[in-house]
Every structure is written in C-alpha cells, then in structure tokens.
Write a protein that binds this ligand. Structure first.
Ligand SMILES: [Zn+2]
Length: 296
C-alpha cells in the first residue's frame, strides 16, 4: 500500500518548533508516496499529531519528510535561518547561497539541453544501427565475432538460438556502444562538448578560489511550489501542488554537499544519455539488423 490520503503538508521547524501548514489543491487525494513514506508518516502522525481527528477519512498532512538521499531530516524556518544561521556568518552564508543558486541554474540548463537533444539522440542511434556493418561486431563485443557460431552448416533455427543467447549476454555492451556513438557523433558530440565546456567555465567562476571540499549548506525550498512526494518515481499520482493562496516562503534544509560532486553533476555524461534512451528498443532494433545480415 504505497498510497496515502494526503491533504497537505506540515513543515516543522527543528529550531523554534513552528509548524507551517499548507494545503494541497484538490484536498484529500490518494497520493502515491511510497511504502516507506506511508509507514514513516503514520509514525510522525503519532508523534506530532494531525490537524484532522480522523486522517484516514479526512486526509493526512505529511510532515516534512526525512529523505535519505538528501541527508536531511526536517529543517528550519526562514526566521530561524536568518536569526540563528545567516546573521552569525553572513559572508559564508552569502557565498554558500550563491554557489547553490548557481549550481541549480546550471543543472537546469543541463536538463533543458538534454531535452532539446532527445530527438537527435534517438535519430543518431537509429542511423547507427541501420548502417551497422558486421565487421564492427568485433569492436562491440570485444572479441572476434563468428557469424556462423562455429558451425557453417547449422540450421537456421540453431543460429537463431545462438544469436538470442548471445544477445542476452551482450546487452550492456550494445547499450554502451550506441551511447558512445552518440558522444562520438560529430554534431551531437560537439553540442555536448561545448555545453560541458561552458558549464565548467561558469562553475569555475562561481566557485572561484573556494578550496573547501564539503559545504554544509542550508538549501531553501519555496513551500508554495509543487513537490514530488515520492523518493523513487514521479508521476501525476506523486506530485502535489499547494493551493494558489499559499504564500511564497522558504523553508531551509541543511545538507552536506561535496563541491566535486556538484561539479560532476553539471556536465553531460554517458550516464545521462543512458537515462534518456530506451534500451529495449535499441536492443530489439539492433538484433533485427544483425539477424538480417547473418541469417540469410
Ligand atoms: Zn523556526
């Protein structure tokens, strides 16, 4: 049961214990928050209470959840952030906020760039598959490919069986081969390289002479913005939008971040391309191509 009847959310300040309550559009709606969150939210409800007497019926208010990935557990309100953190170290906080804002900006640009390349990447892979020559197979599998599978006189059905078996084993190699063909494509490769180069320059400007490896930063989250309430997936059943009347207000989550890790995240890597492609489609269409060439 990964759905919970959710009405709103409560941001609980760990410093002054203020509860900032927001309502979601549509009121009590079954929301797919994930199994872990269902049990955790029920536990929080016992600990901190719920605005409705019968949340099972009227809907739960989520407590600002603990997200393992971000290493935060609740957070602090804007007032506490300025009074207890910012005012004590204005220079450090301004510099941290500048780095985080800049990082988010470049990261968004990266996602936009990737989105704008989706079609070209698909077409590039399709073209590479339809132009694939059997002699390239050695390079792809990393050893000599024998189109007869050791038996020149094998029946068609036996060859097909061998081919199917081989495809199960080379799945990752096929994926990697066509991802690298995207990166080596003249046009796509140069778009990606120039994006990466400009991102790294922007990053260098942003970080400047900062030699810290790790930053402990307070990351603002505007509580009037929609939020994906599931740690693993994002669908229309997992994202909830606060009602229009919700005032814009930042709630801060403390997080330790590594500057190297942030720098790695702003460039387009093979892994990003991998997440954009449909490996089953590539595998199927590549197998068809090979089948046509070796099974006559
Ligand atoms: Zn507070």
């Amino acid at each position: 049961m990964s759905f919970l009847l959710v009405t709103g959310k409560i941001f609980l300040c760990q410093n002054c214990e203020a509860k900032i309550q927001i309502e979601y559009e549509g009121g009590a709606i079954l929301t797919q928050v994930g199994d872990k969150n269902v049990s955790q939210q029920i536990e929080y409800s016992k600990k901190f209470g719920q605005p409705h007497d019968d949340p099972e019926e009227d809907g739960f208010y989520l407590y600002d959840e603990d997200e393992d990935f971000y290493l935060y557990d609740f957070g602090i309100c804007s007032k506490c952030y300025f009074e207890t953190v910012f005012s004590k170290n204005k220079i450090r906080e301004e510099s941290n906020q500048k780095i985080i804002e800049g990082y988010q900006r470049i990261f968004n640009e990266k996602n936009k760039t990737l989105e704008s390349l989706v079609d070209s990447i698909g077409k590039c892979i399709e073209k590479r598959i339809s132009n694939f020559e059997i002699r390239e197979m050695d390079k792809l599998i990393g050893e000599t490919f024998d189109p007869d599978f050791g038996d020149k006189h094998a029946l068609l059905s036996k060859k097909k069986r061998k081919l199917n078996k081989m495809f199960q084993e080379i799945r990752d190699k096929v994926k990697a081969y066509f991802i690298s063909s995207v990166l080596n494509d003249e046009l796509l490769g140069s778009s990606i390289n120039s994006f990466n180069k400009s991102s790294l320059e922007k990053w260098a400007d942003l970080v400047g002479s900062d030699r810290r490896k790790e930053l402990s930063v307070f990351i603002p989250f505007d509580i009037s913005q929609p939020e994906n309430l599931n740690d693993y997936i994002q669908t229309e059943n997992t994202v909830r939008r606060p009602i229009e009347e919700t005032s814009k207000l930042d709630f801060y989550h403390q997080q330790d971040v590594s500057l190297n890790k942030l720098e790695e995240n702003i460039v387009i890597k093979p892994k990003d391309i991998e997440e954009m492609i449909n490996p089953d489609f590539i595998l199927k269409s590549f197998k068809n191509r090979i089948e046509k060439m070796i099974i006559k």
